[in-house]
Design a protein around this ligand. Sequence first.
Ligand SMILES: CC(C)(COP(=O)(O)OP(=O)(O)OC[C@H]1O[C@@H](n2cnc3c(N)ncnc32)[C@H](O)[C@@H]1OP(=O)(O)O)[C@@H](O)C(=O)NCCC(=O)NCCS
Length: 189
Amino acid sequence: MTRTGNPRSYQSYYVYEPLPVRERQMRKRRLAAKRVSESAMTTYRLMMPTDANISGNVFGGSIMKYMDEIAGIVAFRHAATNVVTASIDRMNFYAPVYIGDLLILKAAVNYVGRTSMEVGVRIEAQDPRTGRSVQTGSCYLTYVALDTKGRPTPVPKLLLETAEEKLRFRQAGIRRRLRDEERAAIEKL
Ligand SMILES: CC(C)(COP(=O)(O)OP(=O)(O)OC[C@H]1O[C@@H](n2cnc3c(N)ncnc32)[C@H](O)[C@@H]1OP(=O)(O)O)[C@@H](O)C(=O)NCCC(=O)NCCS
């Protein structure tokens, strides 16, 4: 509470102001380092006729939408604040996906910068009749965390627990450097 106006006047009153201490505590709690497993997710989607392209197989754009959706949720869970897709790296499709297949999307945070996060997505298609799965695609997406005013805001550090997570972090660090260099080189022209 803050007292405003002339203290001797009847017009003097108290106004409520958010406590900076509480804000700082909330921010500190949000920014506590998180494990990869705390935000990682796997989702399943049955490929329906609405996902088809004109050849009758699954349309690549449908898969990209599902991929951005799950990766965005993973980034949101890690950052615990609103996020936006900043970039999507080259999307690789290794094999076709068919209507009636179960699309399995596995996503996890690979790397965090100050305000950005790289999320890796592995895409598999499973024939529910045989249970056989094949990897059909993979992609890396970068999300940026935003504050309530829509400005980039820091994200929690990543606690790396397994050898695989450590390797992915290092690989993603190389991609991050290459992305920065590419952007800088193009902007310099
Ligand atoms: C992403 C966005 C918030 C970045 O804003 P900006 O003013 O460039 O922010 P900054 O320069 O401070 O960079 C913030 C972070 O984003 C990263 N970044 C910015 N542009 C990027 C890009 N194209 N690809 C990957 N990372 C990017 C920076 O490397 C930085 O990361 P760091 O904090 O971990 O070091 C802004 O470009 C934006 O709002 N884009 C539109 C996003 C959107 O609407 N997506 C949905 C598509 S419909």
